[in-house]
Design a protein around this ligand. Structure first.
Ligand code: ATP
Length: 790
């Protein structure tokens, strides 16, 4: 038997691999349909053979004689094949063969992979043999049941195992089949029986209830309509009631409790949430499929970015003056030798404005010793702007930066054209200039997230700001970034007026977009704070953490514009002279600036603040703490350098765009890219002449509380610092706005407003020209009384 098993196994195996790998699809369809129909024909022949086998028995030898008729539905072919497979073969079990043939045909026809097919054949043939042997026991009653093979094999087994032994063997094979093939175990049977029992009990119980309910109902009906003779209807009602409830019962409890008892798990809620997410995605995917991703640049789709030829090329690249290098090297080595510092190695890197000499001192030399020689080296080289970096971070060397005799201008054109800028994958790329090793230096403003810039007059701040703005104009579409420009000097940024309707943002109904007036600055800053709050609300509703994620989600049409969602451009606030602002408006400017600096990074508002005077009363602690990125052009004192950079260095720069940049870590010396006013003019002209938005980007309206100077000011409209101000005035007995400005660190406007309110409250007298107002309350106790009586 074992031999037979393996033989059949390999045969079928070969068959299936042949079919599945060597036939093309069409051939498979043909062969598949043939096998399906052939299997069907076998079944028909076998069924017919069951009834006619005795009659057709005599005709079998006369296959070639056409005169002889057979009763089989498939005539001679059917009779012969059936005789072969059933009578001489496996008896009733031959049906399995026909089923296997049809099944294989079905597989081929549909092109289904045939891994399971081979298994089916193996198990099918085993069952066939088992059945044939089993029916072999009844060969005496009907030889067709087990066929000749079945009978012979049964006989064979009985010769060796006896009748009882054969039955035991058959039983064993049956159990093995149940366990291996159908995976039926005693536990499974036990569980099934138990659940069946339970469900039957429940069914029985509910049927009982239903029946009693129907009996009651029908009794009641009979009472209400006693005349209706409804014996048949009553039974039909009963039948209905009996039939439907069990259905309900079986549909809910019967299959599930069986499972519950096995596993005890319920997993309904998880599925529902998943479905919802998919639905949402589907909708947005569908919109994206129909209309494509949202394109914020669509409104100005023909917008052309400024071209490179608008920028000027300044001279060639860096020229290396060998003589100068040699001379500097010798002087450095000699100076150090004078102080008994031996050098093991020296290397020069020529940058646009300075050359970096990297020296490796002999072993045992203290670094601080070289650092202390800064002035001596400067003296021996007779050059300004020498900076010693000891050691150079990340390298085991000491750097001495010596200015070149002939500085090279780093043109904006060269940095914009550089692959570093062109390929920068940044949100707000800024090409600041070139490093000492002549590499273009590009940073992302969005990552900074705010920048402070300081430098004495004429050292290159305005050029630096222009370089930053130019970088953004060359890399960002008008839909992606908006500038809020504050220019108290009134001249530096006016050129950008031309691009008002492309790139600038302003308050509604506020004339010029470039802000030169200090009161307007306060309103704009407060408006930006409102914008910030609005944006945070949008981000919260969209369940994202920052503007980048928000815009990605919006572009993928996952946010509904009807719910207030819109594409959010970055907003860059540039203040050209911060010192001036702080001096005139004080806290009124500092507070919103600090608030924006603290919170605005996630929602895409970035600040760039420049100042001539980096003193501590301009760059206060709170401002400094929130501006991690700093640019220092040359400043006049070490103190200023320390204020802006938290260290020395800015006072040793050589000016004209020579700068130090830090982002909270190491200092980098850069040569700022130079962009001249005519170039900026050309760029803004180029952009300004193109189709623009109907108006500048509108910031939210801010209601400033400059409610006039009328004497009848409402108590509820008083300034928050009103009481404090009154106390200051009464204590000093001097009714002047400048006193309030100084004591309470207020801007002029606010102090003036408070004075008006004090006048309205009867604390100070009316305006008296250049003289301070008269104070009408003599002391704090009187003030208290006055204010409490109100
Ligand atoms: N990167 C640079 N490369 C070459 N020259 C520069 C560079 N930056 C500035 N300069 C020179 O320095 C001059 C003054 O620069 P800029 O107007 O930017 O100074 P500033 O710091 O803005 O001065 P102020 O504060 O008075 O406005 C420029 O006209 C230019 O000649």
């Amino acid at each position: 038997m074992a031999k037979k098993k393996t033989r059949t196994k390999t045969n079928t195996g070969k068959k299936s691999t042949k079919f599945s790998f060597k036939l093309n699809r069409q051939q498979k369809v043909v062969l598949g349909s043939f096998l399906m129909l052939f299997g069907l024909a076998l079944s028909v022949a076998f069924i017919s053979f069951l009834f006619n086998w005795e009659v057709d028995q005599s005709t079998l030898g006369e296959f070639s004689n056409r005169e002889v008729e057979t009763k089989n539905w498939l005539s001679k072919f059917g009779a012969s094949v059936s005789d072969f497979f059933m009578y001489k073969g496996f008896g009733l079990a031959a049906f399995i063969l026909s089923i296997l043939v049809s099944y294989s045909g079905f597989h081929l026809f549909l092109g289904v992979k045939s891994t399971k097919l081979r298994e089916s054949w193996i198990w099918g043939i085993l069952i066939m043999l088992w059945l044939a042997i089993f029916f072999g026991f009844f060969a005496a009653e009907n030889p067709l049941l087990g066929g000749r093979i079945g009978y012979e094999m049964n006989d064979f087994l009985q010769d060796y195992l006896g009748f009882f032994g054969t039955i035991l063997l058959m039983l064993f094979l049956f159990i093995a089949y149940l366990s291996l093939r159908l995976k039926i175990t005693p536990e499974l049977i036990g569980g099934f029986v138990k659940s069946k029992k339970d469900s039957l009990n429940k069914e029985f119980q509910s049927n009982k209830e239903e029946i009693s309910a129907t009996e009651e109902e029908t009794d009641w009906k009979n009472q209400v309509t006693p005349k209706q003779e409804k014996p048949t209807e009553k039974t039909s009602a009963e039948i209905k009631l009996e039939e439907t409830p069990p259905k309900k019962e079986t549909s809910t409890p019967s299959p599930k409790p069986a499972k519950k008892e096995d596993s005890g798990e319920v997993e309904m809620e998880v599925e529902t949430t998943e479905e919802e997410e998919i639905e949402e995605d589907k909708i947005s995917n569908k919109i994206v499929k129909d209309f494509g991703e949202f394109d914020p640049t669509l409104e100005l789709s023909n917008y052309k970015f400024p071209t490179l030829d608008l920028l000027q090329e300044y001279g060639g690249g860096i020229t290396v003056d060998q003589e100068e290098l040699e001379e500097h090297k010798n002087r450095i080595v000699d100076t150090l030798k004078n102080y008994k510092i031996e050098i093991a190695q020296i290397k020069a890197t020529v940058g646009p404005t300075v050359t970096l000499y990297e020296i490796v001192p002999e072993a045992g030399i203290r670094i601080s010793k070289i650092k202390n020689l800064e002035d001596d080296i400067a003296l021996s080289l007779s050059a300004l702007g020498i900076r010693i970096i000891a050691p150079i971070p990340g390298k085991g060397t000491i750097g001495i930066e010596v200015p070149n005799k002939n500085a090279t201008i780093v043109s904006m054109r060269s940095v914009i054209a550089s692959p570093k800028f062109q390929n920068a994958e940044m949100e707000l790329p800024m090409a600041l200039g070139k490093t000492i090793s002549n590499e273009t230096f590009v940073v992302d403003l969005a990552k900074m997230p705010h920048m402070l810039m300081a430098g004495a007059t004429g050292q290159g701040k305005s050029v630096g700001l222009n370089a930053i703005l130019t970088s953004l104009l060359y890399s960002k579409h008008p839909a992606e970034v908006k500038f809020v420009l504050v220019d108290p000097k009134k001249v530096e940024l006016t050129l950008f007026n031309k691009i008002e309707r492309h790139y600038l943002a302003k308050l509604p109904d506020s004339g010029d977009a470039i802000i030169t007036d200090n009161t307007k600055v306060i309103n704009t800053l407060n408006s930006l704070c409102i914008e910030m709050d609005n944006r945070y609300e949008l981000l919260k509703n969209a369940m994202v953490r920052n503007i980048k994620e928000y815009n990605v989600k919006f572009k993928a049409r996952k946010l509904n514009p009807e719910e207030g969602h819109k594409f959010l451009p970055y907003i860059v606030l540039v203040v050209d002279e911060f010192a001036d602002l702080i001096m005139t408006a004080g806290k009124e400017v500092e507070t919103p600036i600090a608030r924006l600096a603290q919170l605005a990074r996630a929602i895409g508002i970035h600040l760039i603040i420049a100042t001539q005077r980096p003193s501590v009363n301009v760059i206060t602690g709170i401002i400094k703490a929130n501006f991690p990125a700093r640019i220092a052009f040359r400043v006049t004192s070490k103190i200023d350098s320390r204020t802006i950079l938290d260290g020395q260095g800015a006072d040793q720069l050589i000016g004209r765009g020579d700068m130090l940049f830090t982002q909270g870590n190491e200092l980098r010396r850069l040569q700022c890219a130079f962009v001249d006013t005519p170039e900026v003019d050309k760029i803004t002209e180029f952009i300004g002449s193109q189709k623009a938005y109907p108006e500048a980007h509108q910031l939210p309206a801010y209601e400033a509380d400059d409610s006039g100077t009328g004497v009848d000011i409402d108590v509820s409209e008083r300034d928050k610092l009103f009481r404090e101000a009154a106390e200051v005035i009464v204590t000093a007995q001097q009714g002047s706005a400048s006193l309030l400005q100084r004591k309470l660190k207020l801007g002029y406007n606010r102090a003036g407003r408070i004075i008006d309110q004090l006048e309205a409250a009867g604390i100070v007298g009316p305006f008296e020209g250049s003289k301070a107002r008269q104070v009408l309350v003599t002391d704090l106790a009187a003030l208290d009384q006055l204010l409490n009586e109100e």
